[in-house]
Design a protein. Sequence first.
Length: 335
Amino acid sequence: MGIRPIRQIVLSRCALVAAVFGILIGLSLKASAAADYPARPITIVVPFAAGGPTDTLARLLAGPMSRALGVNVLVEDITGAAGTVGVGRVAHASPDGYTISLGHWSTHVVNGAIYKLPYDLLRDFEPIALLPSNPMLIVSRTTVPAANLKELIAWIKSKDNVDAGTAGVGSGSHIAGVYFEKMGDVRLQFVPYRGTGPALLDMIGGRIDVMVDQASNSAQQVRDGKIRAYAVTAETRLPTFPDIPTVDEAGVPGFHINIWHGLWAPAGTPKDIVAKLNRAAVAALADPSVRERLAALGLEIPAPDQQTPAALGALQRAEVDKWWPIIKAAHIEAE
């Protein structure tokens, strides 16, 4: 064996040792970061405007999570493009646990079927915890001549045009309305608004007819008698509205749709950090004052065994499989 081959072997072994040493250093630094975490405030990015149901949920959880983690948990609202701007901010953030996303069914399932996203909803995030879900109510203006859901469906079928309000193309209320068409065998004329609030105001004023809306958005108007509710899109009745039947009871069995929420971190976030964030979120969901407020909003808290990263990941994948074909078949596209 000549001098050159021996030298090459020595260099190769040195390179291998250096590579292994580098990997060990990297693992050591990650372990140290996880052990010291959190050492500074954590930001929950909400991809919608302040005051909405997602922002409200984030702010309810931020206080108890701060106490559990020993640092401030801040809420930052980053709006734009149906939530894709805020979610993208988290997808491209450092995977260190200091920037996480509180999104929901629309941001982490529906948007993937409508938009060309600069991130992958399944590969670019680490699930942290499944959070409360917000079932929807089928509602109408009070002057619609229907006392129950079967009568509402019959009335819709008798009309040439029934205006259904939505919070915009591709919003939860829009997708739910499309699903209502399919499950109720009806046709609706969708009227997009810049958010749920303006749509509800027009319904109260009699300018649109029906809407499938998140319970937390329309609950107060139902209580005040300003709009009429026919059914909840959940498998069980809401404790806050025990007189409103489920869709199964009201005549559209299987029309189940919940705007479930979740916490996600950027892909590559260490498992120990994800576990710490999960424990803080679970502790927040167990806080009696938080549970009372969530119940008043009509939000349903998942069972403890469903508050895990694995449960959120499994639900997200199952929902992608269910909803993407429905959305694409309806030719719903970004404006």
